[in-house]
Design a protein around this ligand. Structure first.
Ligand SMILES: [Fe+2]
Length: 172
């Protein structure tokens, strides 16, 4: 096999053409794009929650150390569920997650972030994720995509509960 043939064989191809499950190809492509953004949000939150778990200091150390551990564990598992839904819709799970790795809030290095600023940053990230999920969930609902609607309902439940807990941690 020539080098170019090998490259062709190894190149992953989305199996969108032969799928007939009652979800139009155009919808599945749009939703895969929305889920890709949701996956990136989920990874950003996983990384941030983990980094804050390590670096939090002060009176909020114990509650925030424990809460972030619970949350990054759940977020990591959720990333797998989201990526596998993209595959089940006939699209490839994305490898372009470059922006998921940038986690310093407001351009500051993590060493200078107070516990309260960490919580506020996580709140902003969870809220951005929730807005994206609500939009995608509405689209899935309108297209009769029950499985994605169900998955996103579960994800929204998690994030809205996470937001409550984070807010309660820094409530005066
Ligand atoms: Fe740990």
């Amino acid at each position: 096999m020539s080098k170019s043939n090998a490259a062709t064989v190894l190149k992953p191809v989305a199996n969108t053409d032969r799928m007939d499950v009652g979800l139009p190809a155009k919808y599945r492509a749009q939703l895969a794009s929305e889920l890709t953004a949701i996956l990136a949000h989920t990874y950003r939150l996983t990384i941030k929650s983990h980094v804050y778990h390590w670096n939090v200091v002060g009176p909020l150390f114990k509650p925030l150390h424990e809460l972030t551990q619970e949350q990054y564990t759940a977020l990591f598992e959720a990333a797998d569920v989201i990526a596998e839904r993209i595959r089940a819709l006939g699209h490839l799970a994305p490898a372009h997650l470059a922006d998921a790795a940038s986690f310093a809030p407001q351009g500051k290095s993590v060493e200078n972030v107070t516990a309260e600023a960490m919580v506020n940053d996580l709140i902003a990230e969870h809220e951005a994720a929730v807005r994206t999920m609500r939009k995608a969930g509405t689209m899935a609902d309108e297209n009769g995509d029950l499985v994605t609607t169900d998955m996103l309902t579960e994800r929204l439940t998690f994030h809205e509960k996470a937001l409550w807990m984070l807010r309660a941690t820094i409530a005066a």
